[in-house]
Design a protein around this ligand. Structure first.
Ligand SMILES: [Fe+2]
Ligand SMILES: [Fe+2]
Length: 138
């Protein structure tokens, strides 16, 4: 398992927590498939399928928060949005590395050493502050 749900702090808006739980579940499934990778074509295809699911989920996760921030004029929206855009760009670059170079190890390393610490820190800081603000409106 890459991330235990207990490692992700809970924020004040429950729908945000639900979105995070879904993402942790998907990223754990992806990580598990990567750990079982046996260099066969079937195993690579399964990884690509889960990677696509992960990327789509990240897009929806970020969009969900951004729509709320825009709707309620969150004061630090550009900063929070900037962080989302930066990470989305990283994951889209990683998609190329996976699909064009078949570099499964690069995805594993990214998840372990970049995405995991990032998501824990991001929820603890930006998402937490955003949820506290949103709680006044929703
Ligand atoms: Fe979030
Ligand atoms: Fe966020």
């Amino acid at each position: 398992m890459l991330i235990n749900t207990g490692e992700i702090p809970k924020v004040a808006v429950n729908q945000m927590n639900e979105v995070h739980d879904v993402e942790i579940d998907i990223v754990n499934k992806l990580f598990e498939k990567i750990s079982q990778y046996d260099e066969s074509e079937d195993s690579f295809k399964e990884i690509v399928k889960l990677f696509d699911e992960f990327l789509n989920d990240v897009i929806n996760h970020f969009r969900f928060e951004q729509e709320l921030m825009e709707k309620y004029n969150f004061f630090a929206y550009p900063m929070h949005r900037g962080e989302h855009d930066r990470v989305l760009y990283e994951i889209k670059s990683l998609e190329k590395v996976l699909k064009e170079k078949k570099d499964v190890k690069a995805v594993k390393d990214y998840l372990l050493y970049t995405f995991k610490p990032w998501i824990i820190n991001h929820v603890q800081t930006m998402d937490t502050v955003t949820a506290m603000y949103l709680l006044n409106f929703i």
